[in-house]
Ligand binder design. Sequence first.
Ligand code: ARG
Length: 455
Amino acid sequence: MAKLWAARFGKETDSTVNDFNSSISFDSRLYKEDITGSMAHAAMLGKQGIIENGETEKIIEGLKGILSDLESGKLQFSEEYEDVHMNIEQILTERIGDAGKRLHTARSRNDQVALDLRLYVKKEILAIKALVLEFMEALCASAEENLETVMPGYTHLQRAQPVTFGHYMMAYANMMKRDVVRLENCLEGMDDMPLGSTTYPIDRDFVRQQLGFSRVTDNSLDGVSDRDYCIELTSALSILMMHISRLSEEIIAWCSWEFKFVELDDAFSTGSSIMPQKKNPDVCELIRGKTGRVYGDLMTLLTMLKGIPLAYNKDLQEDKEAVFDAIDTAKQCLKVLTPMFSTMEILKDNMKKAALKGFINATDCADYLTKKGMPFRDAYRTVGQLVAQCVKEDKSLADLTLEEYKEYSEHFDADIYRAIDLGTCVAGRCVTGGPAPSEVERQIGVIRRFLEQRK
Ligand code: ARG
């Protein structure tokens, strides 16, 4: 079958070129956007008197029929036409005759694909954002339940200072908040309607309004060849994936016998085919693994674009698989992460036990001495010696008797035990950003207001 563009060709396209050139296997998912864009374009052509009103109606009715037949599965695309745009135009022409052939007036496939992809990305940004917001709700709910769940805070993966699980989860909620803002900025920056880079007396603003864009692109060469927004999206998604990969890594560690801070619900864990005792955090490992795919998608796009002259070049066809893959991957990960996280059991006692070991209240012990008048450097040394004794005797600071304390400094009194109690230590860290329950409650309030504004 001759191609729609084959008027000046004397030979059939070689079959290897056909396969190589074809994008229908992956751009078919743009069918809704393609039809919506064509309807707006047809309405504009009619309004401008470029085609007759009767033809506009025929086109729009024809496109509606194609849409519903595609959705019901009655209609499938054919490999014979290289992309979604040609498939739809061909089917339309078969169904409504000459009016179908007029749809392509004042439009190229290059504008069409530029428009379709933008419409698709706009829609998907909102879908991804909704999933991130849902996960943020889950983080807030968990933080609220764990305002007093003391656990060790780490630096260098060494126990450092006491924090709470609630405080920890709000760290991730803050990362997610920035991820949402990045997605919103991407959406705002790409909200330009690209269709209409021809010399016809078209009304681009009419099409813009029909399709719900904020602006029209201000330069036709840029409009058809700009894919910055794809890079911005995959970059925002790479950062988002990096964040949830970090959390996944934490959960993997926390599930191990070495930590035992959390237990995943059976519905979100997997077993081993050979070792019956195993319960594996495959979901977290896959999120961590799939993060690499999304980085790869970002690299694909950056590399694809860096050397192509204006305006459209066929290289740009390679944009879609990378964008689709990044979107699909991020959505898939978020969809499983939220329920896995919400059903995860928090083993508070084990967190507490870990917090009691490792001298994470040593700084508080030194602060105690400073408050009693000892210079901080001396206090630091004194507590260092106390810790050394405890390590030798396999004890924690709370296990030492007052007599033992007094051997190191006369400043120690019975109130030392209260001062180094983990609850006291956490409650005392009530500066903005700290782990004190009252402060974490405030942090939850900030995130909840952010969520509320987006409902
Ligand atoms: N399938 C193409 C793409 O995905 C559509 C535009 C092709 N334009 C052209 N003149 N060959 O980018």
